[in-house]
Design a protein around this ligand. Structure first.
Ligand SMILES: *Cc1c(COP(=O)(O)O)cnc(C)c1O
Length: 423
């Protein structure tokens, strides 16, 4: 039996209906933007393995940093101890985060980063004897799959089975072009009720919704409305962080800065699972007290894992090299050129680009569901042609490693053009 066949015996895959799923390619090697399966077939990883891998697979600079850390101090508990890499990483983050972000809380993945932000918003109010127990989030938001993060997520088939067991979250429209005023109005009405501890959002791009984009100006207004009404703002930059939008963080496009930020995915260059929630001094101070019960009683066994911190330090250094910044610009320019070429194609409804993110909506007669037939057809076509793209319904998007070569990008574009002929 080959790996694909052996896999089916015991492995349960994410977001997978195993009864109808085909055998999955077994990847045995990766280098830069390329992956190879057990049969030697080559794939271009055009979505950076779920957006985690900006600097390419098997990056030796990050690998060396990890090896050095593994053979110096692989792990030590962060409860009651600290270590050099956590200190260095928090200091480095201070250089690149919005200046109001002052405190760093480590965890393991995007969902936990979101849980920690939501719990802090609720407990901050609880510590002060204020009753604010609800959260505001966008329709179609995605914030992760644990209970709090799932409650904040609006893509219903992810959360349908758990309705009734979730934190109370009220949804507002995404302020896409033409919907700004409506979204602002709904937000304004909600925050006046004084029931809400926080507004959580994916800044400028809703990733899992299909790279749905909106403008910084309207988000600035939304943050201002929350600030005026003492509702904390949580920027979930798990997808957008570390260069995806063309700036280090999507919030770098804003005048008004959020109270909290959630980071993960590209934080360690796609190597070690790690996440960070960042806070203003004001939020931290809401827990700072002689009363032990007012502390944030949250932690994970691998909190601030030194190997993860070392990987993050090396990754952030890589991001800020001229070479990597040039790569981001190059990918962005190529996307714009492709957009100009493809946007008038008869099968294309809309296109959008921000930073290294490109998205295209295919025209359909019927509403396409998230994992519907068009999506399956497109996905299979891409895999057959050696390009890893995971369309969301009728939306095809590209979010490649920044180091993808121009030739590889052209192959991705050509494969998308070819795919438009089969749907
Ligand atoms: C992927 C994602 C998450 C969840 O991260 P996990 O590491 O999968 O738990 C949360 N928020 C956003 C915006 C994401 O894209």
């Amino acid at each position: 039996m080959n790996l694909s066949e052996r896999d089916k015996k015991h492995n349960w895959h994410p977001y997978t209906q195993h009864k109808t799923a085909q055998d999955f390619p077994a990847i045995v090697k990766g280098k830069d933007a390329l992956l190879w399966d057990e049969n030697g077939k080559e794939y271009i990883d055009a979505i950076a393995s779920w957006w985690v891998n900006p600097y390419g697979h098997s990056n030796t600079i990050i690998a060396d940093a990890i090896y050095k850390q593994l053979t110096t101090l692989e792990h030590v508990l962060f409860g009651g101890f600290t270590h050099d890499k956590a200190v260095e990483l928090s200091e480095k983050l201070m250089e690149i985060l919005p200046s109001n972000q002052q405190k760093i809380f480590y965890s393991d993945n995007g969902s936990t980063a979101v849980e920690i932000a939501i719990k802090s918003a609720l407990q901050y109010n609880y510590n002060k004897g204020i009753k604010k127990t609800k959260v505001i989030a966008f329709e179609d938001a995605f914030h992760g799959d644990t209970f709090g993060a799932m409650a904040a997520s609006g893509i219903s088939f992810f959360t349908e089975a758990f309705k009734g067991s979730l934190l109370e979250v009220v949804r507002i429209p995404v302020p896409t072009f033409g919907n700004e005023e409506k979204a602002l109005q709904v937000l304004e009405n909600l925050v006046k009720t004084n029931d809400f501890a926080a507004f959580i959002f994916e800044p400028l791009v809703l990733g899992a919704a299909g790279m749905v984009m909106y403008q910084p100006e309207v988000l600035d207004k939304m943050i201002a409305i929350c600030n005026q009404n003492n509702v904390f703002t949580i920027a979930d930059e798990v997808m957008t962080g570390f260069g995806k939008t063309g700036k280090t963080f999507a919030t770098d496009y804003l005048e008004n800065k959020p109270d909290m930020m959630c980071l993960s995915k590209a934080l360690t260059g796609g190597t070690i699972p790690m996440a960070i929630t960042t806070f203003t001094q004001e939020i931290f101070d809401g827990f700072y007290d002689d009363d032990t019960n007012k502390a944030l009683f949250h932690g994970h066994t691998f909190t601030a894992n030194p190997t993860g911190c070392a990987a993050a330090l090396a990754s952030i250094d890589l991001l800020h090299t001229n070479e990597m910044q040039d790569n981001i610009q190059r990918v962005h320019q190529s996307h714009l050129t492709f957009e100009t070429k493809i946007k008038n194609h008869p099968k294309v409804k809309t296109t959008r680009v921000l930073g290294v993110i490109f998205a295209l909506e295919v025209k359909t007669d019927t509403a396409e569901s998230y994992y519907g037939t068009m999506r399956t057809k497109l996905y299979n076509f891409f895999i057959e042609n050696g390009v890893i793209l995971r369309p969301v319904g009728n939306i095809i998007y590209i979010l490649p490693p920044y180091i993808i070569t121009e030739n590889q990008l052209q192959k991705v574009y050509q494969t998308i053009e070819n795919a438009l002929e089969i749907v």
